[in-house]
Design a protein around this ligand. Structure first.
Ligand SMILES: *Cc1c(COP(=O)(O)O)cnc(C)c1O
Length: 962
């Protein structure tokens, strides 16, 4: 036996070999096949010399999994988890363990993609539908969205909706009640500035004194007071104002719904329904409005339709409102939202049911009553006259109270030197109340919780006045009344999971989405209390672990992107675009060039680009692409010159959305800079850049990074995500700030783009671990292998399908586009047929018709092994042969395995199947690989048009089941 050195033996610990699919031998075989000697040789063939960085990243060596976990454990320990009574939209909560283990920590849920292929996504579609039902029941309005990014961005969306639908067409004022959470106001103001709206902030009752198109109120307000707004809303309606209410989801269980008071839009955070605070997120925002405003709704909506058998089936409704179709005319730029967290919240409601929720909400309210009574009996009377869970106090003793609170590891809400607040929550206990008495009153108060409880029971007046108590039933649908035992709940979650194809079944080759491994060692830390249970507005000195983690991660991202600084606030790629464009606008302003407002966007751009430019108040000018898929330089030069006076920036994607490294990218940057513009480089395709090139090196000024693509945060079925932006130093002074938390020297002039200072900080440990476990060499190897895998698949498939675009040496970058239009022409088989037929073979379809209609875009990523790639290739080749049979007239165009795909069990047991021109085995078990591991789509092909014509976006009435 040949002996190995210790260094060689230690290699086995490297995470790299777990993250990257093909082993060294397979890689060599694949290199031989594509015609390259080594990975470096392949890079030389593909990546233009002028943009190649020929040095190693300075990230450091890779950690083993155990070593990396030890390290981050130490980082986590530097966070001090105080008991939080801060409130302000973030509350301690208890994640039901059955949801924690079976949803949040289950790859069947967290690795799925946005349900663009609904036939293999009925499980999460049902869970999101439940979320919509919860949202509707609690708010008292008709039509809910499938989640937005956070409460503050939802407020900005409510304002935009109000402008779209208000009949007060001449009005330009959006009124905001002055008792709104400050972080929400900040995000609203930022957005209003872009749109040119006038925001007026004042006491709620003042709203009627303005000529306004919309108004926004908080219920319960930032100090915990609850108001009956029925009359005020009626008056505002007279003025044709659209009324929005930011509401607390837990309070709505007991309170009269804002819908029944006359509100037109109700939104808020669903965090306290079993989603940890996570130092700011991720959490789902709910957003509900009137059916009449459905065309103006931001974000995704799940609705009912039917499949070819006439069975009920769910899918995303009215997608024609969305950015990927309407581009700069879209209602909003939302792409990635918060689906995993919306599902957690909906499962929380399903598990507790209406009774359980009422018990939880009533207990919170009771403890608040007890606290208020005890304190007032000692002369510390709450400022509130009515409340649900939050009280505000004035005290000259606040300095002492603060000291005692700190000593007891408690955080209160501190408003000023003499004003403070307390918000209670689901986790509050009798001992906590006693401790709060100790802290607020000092030790010798002699108060007894049980005795106070008796007084509250006997009190004549309630903290929630009768007129504000909810008197209608909530969550009456059977789904919320069946699964209160853990066994039933576990099985319900499993039943839904079984309907969905996620990465734990097979590769998901969605181009532009980078569906790579989300390793367990990367995921583990997000459940640790030291990361999960931190309030985003806790004092910075308690969050030293987060500060270190965010600092190190930012430094690494600076190194990887070639920029000078990183802003962590945007909580999706699209929000990063918006934040980056705002920085560009502020930069121009600072130079006296505020008039620069034209954004050039190539026609191949992702839909979020034009939608974000529109949000940032820019004018979009589309530039052409040539036949090779590259930006048409002549057209670009001409347009840049034409608009030079007003040129703000260009938004490009690199490698291009066509999956090639454009040779002319430096020239493109130069053209824009020459005309005084800035270069926004969409960083969604960083997986083809890390360690090879970088946006900063190429010459761009700002980019967002999709941490949920390249940096291993799972897609969660449509979110969470993180979209931090990297910037060159001249833009650094203009990135988003935060009114409440100022870790650095941020300017106060810069508005916020998210509610929390570091966006969805709770998932940053995933990207942190990804980078730490791979190190400099592993990151580069990942990029190289992603490119190898893509070129391997491309070459194999190019013998059967035309590849639309290739770069130098006929190669692609990390993804490739198959052109199906000639095939469709010849056979009548559509890209949709192929996508659905792949389901029968156990695969998710690649990206369909983006960036070119009639195509499929395949991105295998580095994590897929050669075995899996070959399985996918086999399926695609088989499908090509099936198309040939249609082409040859062996099967009718409208009755063949492709046009009838996907096939369900119901098809297979249907006696009428015998009439089909192909057999059951071919339908359901077309290859031996499928026989060994069959995935059954649970519905047949879904009729989108039927669903949009008969819009229904709530849980199905129980009669329909029978
Ligand atoms: C995914 C993607 C985006 C948008 O990112 P979200 O996080 O979904 O908002 C933008 N541009 C490109 C090219 C993308 O692939």
């Amino acid at each position: 036996m040949t002996k190995q050195t210790l260094t060689q033996l230690e290699q086995h610990e490297l995470f790299l070999t777990r993250h990257i699919g093909p082993d060294a031998q397979q890689q060599q075989g694949m290199l031989n096949y594509v015609g390259a000697e080594s990975l470096d040789d392949l890079m030389n063939q593909i990546v233009p010399e002028s943009i190649r960085i020929n040095r190693d990243l300075n990230i450091g060596r890779a950690n083993g999994e155990a070593e990396g976990l030890d390290y981050i454990r130490n980082v986590a320990n530097k966070n001090q988890v105080f008991k939080s009574y801060i409130g302000m939209g973030y509350y301690p909560t208890i994640v039901p363990n059955v949801v924690l283990r079976n949803v949040l920590e289950n790859p069947g849920w967290y690795t799925a993609y946005t349900p663009y292929q609904p036939e293999i996504a009925q499980g999460r579609l049902e869970a999101i539908l439940n979320f919509q039902q919860v949202s509707m029941d609690l708010t008292g309005l008709d039509l809910a969205s499938a989640s937005l990014l956070d409460e503050a961005t939802a407020a900005a969306e409510a304002m935009a909706l109000a402008k779209r639908v208000s009949k007060a067409k001449k009005a330009n004022i959006f009124f905001v009640a002055d008792d709104l959470f400050p972080q929400t106001l900040d995000v609203v103001k930022t957005r209003a500035e872009c749109f040119g709206f006038d925001v007026i902030v004042g006491p709620a009752a003042d709203a009627v004194n303005h000529e306004l198109f919309g108004a926004l109120f908080q219920y319960t307000n930032k100090e915990g007071q609850i108001h009956d707004y029925t009359e005020l809303f009626a008056e505002l309606k007279q003025k044709k104002a659209v009324i929005s209410v930011a509401a607390d989801i837990m309070s709505l269980v007991l309170l009269k719904s804002p819908g029944s008071m006359g509100a037109d839009v109700v939104f808020g955070s669903a965090q306290r329904f079993g989603v940890p605070m996570g130092y700011g997120g991720p959490h789902a925002a709910f957003f509900v409005t009137r059916d009449a405003y459905k065309r103006s709704m931001p974000g995704r909506i799940i609705g009912l339709s039917q499949d070819t058998r006439g069975n009920r089936a769910l899918r995303m409704a009215m997608q024609t409102r969305e950015q990927h179709i309407r581009r700069e005319k879209a209602n909003s730029n939302i792409c990635t939202a918060q689906v995993l967290l919306a599902n957690m919240a909906s499962f929380y409601a399903v598990f507790h049911g209406p009774q359980g929720l009422k018990t939880i909400a009533s207990r919170i309210n009771r403890f608040t009553d007890i606290l208020a009574l005890g304190l007032s009996s000692k002369g510390v009377a709450a400022q509130n006259s009515a409340w649900f869970d939050t009280l505000t106090f004035e005290s000259n003793e606040l300095a002492f109270i603060k000291t005692r609170a700190l000593n007891s590891e408690i955080n209160l809400r501190i408003d000023s030197d003499a004003r403070f607040g307390v918000s209670l929550d689901e986790t509050t206990t009798r001992e906590d109340i006693t401790q709060l008495f100790d802290v607020i009153l000092g030790e010798d108060h002699g108060l007894d919780v049980a005795a106070l409880d008796e007084q509250v029971m006997n009190a004549k007046e309630a903290s929630i006045p009768p007129s504000l108590q909810r008197d209608d039933a909530i969550l009456t649908h059977p789904t919320f009344n069946r699964y209160q035992s853990e066994t039933e709940m576990m099985r319900y979650i499993k039943r839904l999971e079984n309907k969905d194809l996620a990465l734990n079944h097979s590769m998901i080759s969605l181009g532009s989405c980078t569906m790579k491994l989300n390793a367990v060692a990367e995921m583990l830390p997000i459940s640790w209390p030291e990361f999960a249970n931190m309030h985003p507005f806790c004092p910075l000195e308690q969050a030293q672990g987060y500060t270190q983690l965010i600092g190190e991660l930012s430094d690494w991202l600076v190194e990887i992107t070639g920029y000078d600084a990183v802003c962590m606030q945007p909580n999706s790629g699209a929000q990063g675009e918006y934040a980056g464009l705002l920085a560009i606008q502020k930069y121009h302003e600072s130079r006296g060039e505020a008039h620069r407002n034209v954004c050039l966007i190539p026609q191949s751009a992702h839909g979020t680009n034009p939608a974000s430019a529109q949000l940032a108040g820019m004018k979009v000018v589309v530039t052409a692409c040539d036949n090779e898929g590259n930006i048409d330089l002549d057209d670009l030069r001409a347009k840049a010159k034409e608009v030079a006076e007003n040129l703000s920036c260009i938004m490009i994607t690199y490698p291009s959305t066509h999956g090639v490294y454009e040779e002319a990218v430096r020239e493109i940057c130069d053209i824009i800079h020459q005309h005084g513009g800035q270069v926004y480089l969409d960083g969604a395709n960083m997986n083809a850049q890390v360690g090879i090139t970088s946006p900063g090196f190429i010459g761009a000024d700002v980019s967002h990074l999709n941490l949920h693509k390249t940096f291993a945060i799972p897609h969660g079925g449509g979110g969470p995500g993180m979209g931090p932006i990297g910037i060159k130093s001249h833009l650094a002074p203009f990135v988003a700030g935060h009114k409440l938390i100022k870790p650095g020297s941020e300017s106060d002039n810069n508005g916020a783009v998210s509610a929390a200072p570091f966006g969805s900080a709770g998932i940053l440990p995933i990207s942190y671990m990804y980078i730490r476990l791979l190190g400099s060499k592993g990151l580069k190897a990942s990029t190289q292998t992603a490119i190898l895998n893509a070129n391997y698949v491309t070459k194999k498939l190019s013998e059967h399908y035309p590849v639309l675009f290739t770069g130098r040496n006929d190669r692609v970058a990390h993804e490739c586009i198959l052109d199906l239009r000639p095939l469709k022409e010849a056979s009548g088989v559509t890209e949709m047929d192929i996508a659905k037929r792949l389901n029968d073979y156990g695969f998710h379809a690649p990206t369909m018709s983006f960036p070119v209609a009639g195509t499929l875009m395949i991105e295998p990523t580095e994590s897929e092994s050669q075995v899996e790639l070959d399985r996918f290739i086999e399926a695609m080749i088989n499908i090509r042969q099936e198309i040939t049979q249609v082409e040859a007239g062996e099967w009718p165009v409208d009755n063949n395995p492709l046009s009838n795909a996907p096939h369900t069990l119901a098809d297979i047991i249907d006696p009428e199947f015998d009439a089909r021109p192909y057999n059951r085995e071919l339908a359901a078990f077309p290859t031996s690989a499928v026989k060994a591991n069959k995935f059954w789509p649970t519905v047949n092909r879904i009729d989108d048009v039927f669903g949009d014509r008969n819009l229904f976006c709530a849980c199905v009435p129980i009669e329909d089941y029978q």
